[in-house]
Design a protein around this ligand. Sequence first.
Ligand SMILES: *Cc1c(COP(=O)(O)O)cnc(C)c1O
Length: 386
Amino acid sequence: MLPYIRQDLAQFSAYKPHPGSDSTEPVTTQYDRLDTNESPYDLPTEFKEKLAWTYQQLIETNRYPDGGHEELKNAIADYVNESANLSKSAFTSENISVGNGSDELIRSLLIASCVGGNGSILVANPTFSMYGILAQTLGVNVINVARKEENFEIDLKAAQSALENTQNPPIRAIFVVHPNSPTANALTDAEITWLKKLPEHILVIVDEAYFEFSQNTLVSEIQKHPNWVVMRTFSKAFRLAAMRVGYCIANAELISVLEKVRLPYNLPSFSLAAALLAIQNRQILLDTIPQTIDEREKLQTTLSQQPQLKVWNSATNFIYLKPQIKASSSSSISTEDFLVNLTQELRRMGTLVRHTCGGMRITVGSPEENARTLIRIQTVLEKLYS
Ligand SMILES: *Cc1c(COP(=O)(O)O)cnc(C)c1O
């Protein structure tokens, strides 16, 4: 341990994009990469060519990028209004902040609300791990509550009680994902009602990273609740994970605070150009979504027929499942061991999936990848149970 480093950092490990990978080589096309919820479709060639042209003709590499993001913010505001059937002026660039991935925005929100002993955060597990990880690296206390096993609804009683009883510092921010990762469920009416009732001194962050797959947004609530922020990303449906662009929507005063705490040139010129191109051509880029949803239904239906698996309904581009092992089974194996074996066997066959929180998350890939996923899972189940 280095003597000048904060002691609490000793317990953390660096983020690993593909956990379980033993090699230091980047994981590439030799695998079906179904563990990180990206789109299976790269940007179409015509757009790559357009971007290359932009890079060659318009981007001055010796100059800092546009640090104000005004053009991109305007385009995002248009899209946000359109996607929620709101009037063209409902949200403007003053309601948008752009980050180097949503991860940067999560960090900015934590800095703005909780850092320095100002607040703790509340999360309901299982959920996106970055909220807790980023909070802890900033020295922010994380309060965890559970979800109901049947539908992964937040244990609202526990959440309310945590809210009332947490002191020094009190809970200042609540992070929810709509729909949730890794469990793929949208917020329920009861959860939304509870969130709406939260007092204005508590920041409510609704992460809509998978909005384009669920078509279910709470963005219009921002107009009624000045303590709400909605986050979105270009990393999933917009097929731009490599570019690291996320954004959030909130009232103008909160946005101006987020603008204060972010790094001045947080987005490279190339990423700004890519995001702008993507949002201007959204009809074309989002055209693959119906197919992804069809494929998701197929995966869900077929995997549900496996007696050893319990599969939940999904409102996103991934599915969540858990082993369903009978106590009387002759090959008595624990749930965790079952998941470890299944994950390892699938990896050996060439499919990466995410084993997390006592379950397994599988991204919906291309039709070919999904067909392989089904065959491979069936093969492993037969092997493990023979
Ligand atoms: C993938 C994902 C994001 C996107 O993060 P970026 O930093 O924008 O790539 C955000 N939130 C959740 C819940 C996600 O699953």
